[in-house]
Every structure is written in structure tokens, then in C-alpha cells.
Design a binder for this molecule. Sequence first.
Ligand code: FAD
Length: 308
Amino acid sequence: MLSSILLSASRSARLRQIVATTRCTRPVVDRFVAGEDLGDALGTVRELTAAGLTVTLDYLGEDVTDRAGATAVRDAYLRLLDMLGPEGLGTGAEVSVKLSAFGQALEKDGHDVALANVRQVCQAADVAGTTVTLDMEDHTTVDSTLAILDDLRKEHPATGAVLQSYLYRTEEDCHRLAVPGSRVRLVKGAYREPSSVAYQDKHQVDLAYVRCLRVLMAGGGYPMIGSHDPRLIRIAQDLASRYGRAAGEYEFQMLYGIRTDEQHRLVEQGERVRVYTPYGSDWYGYFMRRLAERPANLAFFLRSFVPS
Ligand code: FAD
């Protein structure tokens, strides 16, 4: 219930304005967001990679409503990739993109605008010696995002995608994408979806996650386990050994600021761990989804409004 309210709030322009301009929210936001500018992002990449972690950087911005906005987001990624290569960070850090920020939702030609923008980012990623992963947004975007993935993989075969276990369709998508060279991040899913397309019960979502993970681990691609759930992490390690995958033939991915100790513990065990690291000033939607995932975060957030 609370989580549904927060997910609705994540789409509210009015609340966005209030929360984003309230100064006392800053320390709470800083827990989940690496900073507002490119310098902050690169500094965080250096810190995380020095600790044996790898990174996927997300320039925050979503639901862009015009072409100029989409171009601005694309250019922010191009500037980032321009820095990653020369700084020698291309081996430890890749980028994640949300196609809604690249123009996917534009009424006229949204799909094509997003494809043209993300293609340039993939080209820049090749030059920087790194890769791009397409985040997955709400269910109305899945067909378009997977079609863009297919197009991109013709020239940039290492482009990755995200699949969400809460969607009924995902097990089938896993079968199609569990092929050599294909990188798939499996997550539970962060959007409010109707029962016509998605499991509503957490346990069903977890069971679906395990079924999907089995398909990915058994297949020929590169599974990326995007979860903080201790049970799923254990199951992933069991499945990896059952299907003969050594560390490095799959990876764990977690969000910046969440279960940091577990990220380090897995690295110490010899696992590859990638930290999804968002940066930029448009943090509202991302931040609200993190609150929705965990009510304890909401209490922490509300306490920031109480003067000490
Ligand atoms: P949960 O059952 O939600 O959590 C398990 C445990 O993890 C909790 O008990 C708690 O200890 C900890 N935890 C989880 N979330 C939080 C939090 N917000 N704050 C503090 N502790 C927490 N979703 C999409 O729909 N599309 C995407 O492209 C996408 N990309 C992602 C990329 C990565 C690397 C990760 C890790 C997640 C991504 N997600 C994405 C979000 C995902 O769908 C889930 O909403 C999120 O990961 C919470 O699910 P969980 O598997 O961690 O398990």
C-alpha cells in the first residue's frame, strides 16, 4: 500500500518540485546518489574500483518530453564516455541508460529518436572500451526497448538489457536472450504494474526470479544478478556452480548505497560485483523508487525534516 503511494508520488510533478527544492533532503539523497556532476561520478568510480568493485553509471533523467531534452541527456552520456576512456576507467565502469530519457516516450517517432540517440552512446562506449546496458522501465516500454536492443546488438553485440521477473512474459524473454554474447541483468522490477501483466505477490515474484535465473545460468549468455536479496544471492551462487560457471562468467549487481557490506563481502569471496551508480540533478524519480522498495528508508527520509 505504502509502496504503491510512493510509486505514484514518483510520477508527481508537484511533489518532485517540493522534494527537490527542500534542502534538508540532501543528506538522504546522498546515500543513494553519487553526486550531481561528472566530477562526482568519476570520483566515485575511482573509489569503488580501488575497492575491487566494478561500476555501471546512470546519468539521472527520465520521462523526457521533448527532443531537446533527449539530446541533452545523450550529450551528458557522451561527455561521460569521453572522460572514461582517457581516465583509464573504461575497463571498470560501463553505463546504464533509460530510453525514456533518450526520447522513447515522444509521441512522434519516440522509438526512432531513442534508437538514434542511444546508438551514438554505444559508439562512444566502443571507443572508451566499455559497454552500455539498457535499463527497463514500465511494461508499456518493454517491446520497444527489446527491439532497440536487437538493433543495437547487430553493431554493438555486448549491449546489455534488463529483464524484470515480476512480468509474466519475462521467462520467455530470458529464453530468447540466453544466447552467447548476450548480457542480461535480471531484477525483480521497480514499477507499479497491473495484475494483467505482472505478479503482485512478492513470493511469486521471487519464484519467477529463480525460474528466470535458471534459464540465464543454463544458457550461453552473461547473467547479471541485480538484487540485494540474500536468498537470491545464495541461489545464484548455487546455480552458477551447478551450471559450471566460474566467478567472472556472471556478476552480481547492487545499487549504490544499498547493502554496501554485502558488496564488499562478495568481492572478498572472489565474485565480480558491479555497483549501479546514479549521478545528476534529476534524482527525484530514482530516489522515490528506492523509498518505495523499503519503508525504513521512508522513516529515515521523514526524520530529515525534523530539526535536530
Ligand atoms: P528486495 O526483496 O526488495 O530486497 C532485499 C533486501 O535488500 C532488503 O531486505 C533490504 O535489506 C535490501 N534492500 C532492497 N532495496 C532496498 C532499498 N531501496 N534500500 C535499502 N535496502 C534495500 N528495476 C527496474 O524495474 N528496472 C531496472 O532497470 C532496474 N535496474 C536495477 C539495477 C540494479 C543493479 C539493481 C540492484 C536493481 C535494479 N532495479 C531495476 C530495481 C529492482 O527491480 C528492485 O526494485 C530492487 O533491486 C529491490 O529488489 P531486491 O531484489 O533487491 O529485493
